[in-house]
Design a protein around this ligand. Structure first.
Ligand code: GN1
Ligand code: MG
Length: 360
């Protein structure tokens, strides 16, 4: 996007200082993100919200406002220092005071850029342990949130819905990709496990599995670390909403316990790393163990399998639909991603018993 247009958008928010530069930031697959440099005390993160995915931006920003306010209050009450580095702060739009600005076709928001923070695409077991504790604490802090949060993407991590979307994509074959035998074979392999992987929705209907406020996008790169390795805060709050705790536990491991990349073209790189699993599970149980029910706890290994599975389904669905959801960098990207997530699922599944004996 042209820098002058971006600068004008920034002008709608109460930033301090003069803007000195705007450049792309991070590698999210949904929103467009920019770093805004200034000569003032802070730099900022500008984001264009992908409104074809987040259809109700008022609800989205309501959730984020409630969550950041609640966490900030908790940090203040606990006497924490350096609070602006431990929770995101969004700026009000000058005219409306809302935490976003829209010209009616595009939606934008700005948060303060957290100084001296590190992000990682991969972590050591030690850092995975810190991350486990941090996500457990994040859920614990939100357990007494007084506001009601809506689902910013309805049924986001509902496996029954994702399986249905795959079936619909296959039936419509909008991009003619079902002609490829590899795609047909992946669909068939995936469907073998469908009933097993839709267990959480059944347990929820039976009333034995609760929903809690979860982050729902706990990719390892959505966590900011301080220079000394401690966790500063969790970012990318678009999907904070009621879900099963499996979302946060499973999605972190999907990214952090993968010995390869999410879209690794070399499947020999991809496998499920038990050292990361153990360290993360230990950290998570240390902070979340107090509120988890026995059913939640005993199904954490299921969560570690569910998320590579669900992601394989989502990437394959998008491939079959003709790449309408995820940003891609080359034509077969979603297929390459599917293969890697499928390999990761199979690898995690081989370790199911070992995981179960670890969480006890
Ligand atoms: C998307 O935008 P990003 O990269 O943080 C997606 C997640 C997927 C992830 C796969 C709203 O997250 O659910 O797990 O890509 N977010 C949405 O990398 O669909
Ligand atoms: Mg992200």
């Amino acid at each position: 996007m042209d820098p002058q247009a971006l600068q004008q958008i920034v002008g709608h928010f109460a930033v301090q200082g003069k803007v000195t530069g705007i450049r792309p930031l991070g590698n999210g697959l949904i929103n467009d993100t920019f770093l805004v440099g200034t000569d003032g005390p802070d730099n900022y993160v500008l984001q264009r919200i992908n409104q074809s995915i987040f259809r109700d931006v008022d609800l989205l920003q309501h959730n984020i406002d409630c969550v950041t306010r609640h966490i900030r209050e908790k940090l203040v009450a606990a006497g924490e220092s350096d609070i602006d580095r431990k929770v995101l702060r969004f700026l009000p739009e000058r005219a409306t005071g809302k935490s976003y600005w829209t010209d009616g076709t595009q939606w934008w928001r700005i948060s303060v850029f957290i100084r001296d923070a590190l992000t990682f695409e991969a972590v050591t077991p030690e850092y995975a342990g810190y991350a486990g504790t941090a996500f457990g604490r994040f859920e614990a802090m939100l357990a007494d949130l007084p506001d009601k949060l809506g689902e910013t993407i309805p049924d986001f991590h509902n496996m029954e819905l994702r399986a249905r979307q795959l079936r619909e994509a296959v039936a419509a074959d909008a991009a003619g990709r079902m002609a490829n035998p590899e795609v047909r074979s992946l669909v068939a392999d995936i469907q073998v496990f469908e009933q097993e992987m839709c267990k959480a929705e059944r347990m929820y209907r039976e009333g034995v599995l609760p929903k809690r406020i979860c982050h729902c996008d706990t990719k390892v790169n959505n966590m900011l670390f301080d220079r000394d390795g401690s966790i500063l805060c969790v970012i990318d709050l678009d999907t904070v909403m009621p879900s099963f705790v499996f979302s946060d536990f499973g999605d972190f491991l999907r990214t952090a316990a993968n010995t390869g990349a999410e879209d690794d073209p070399d499947l020999d790189n991809v496998s499920f790393n038990m050292e990361i699993f153990k360290a993360f599970a230990k950290g998570y149980l240390a902070s979340a163990g107090v509120f988890l029910t026995p059913v939640e706890r005993e199904n954490l290994p299921f969560a570690a399998m569910l998320f590579p599975y669900m992601q394989a389904v989502r990437f394959l669905t998008d491939y079959i639909n003709g790449d309408t959801y995820y940003k891609i960098r080359y034509p077969e990207h979603n297929l390459v991603r599917t293969r890697a997530q499928w390999k990761l699922f199979l690898s995690a599944r081989e370790k199911a018993e070992e995981m179960t004996s670890f969480v006890g």
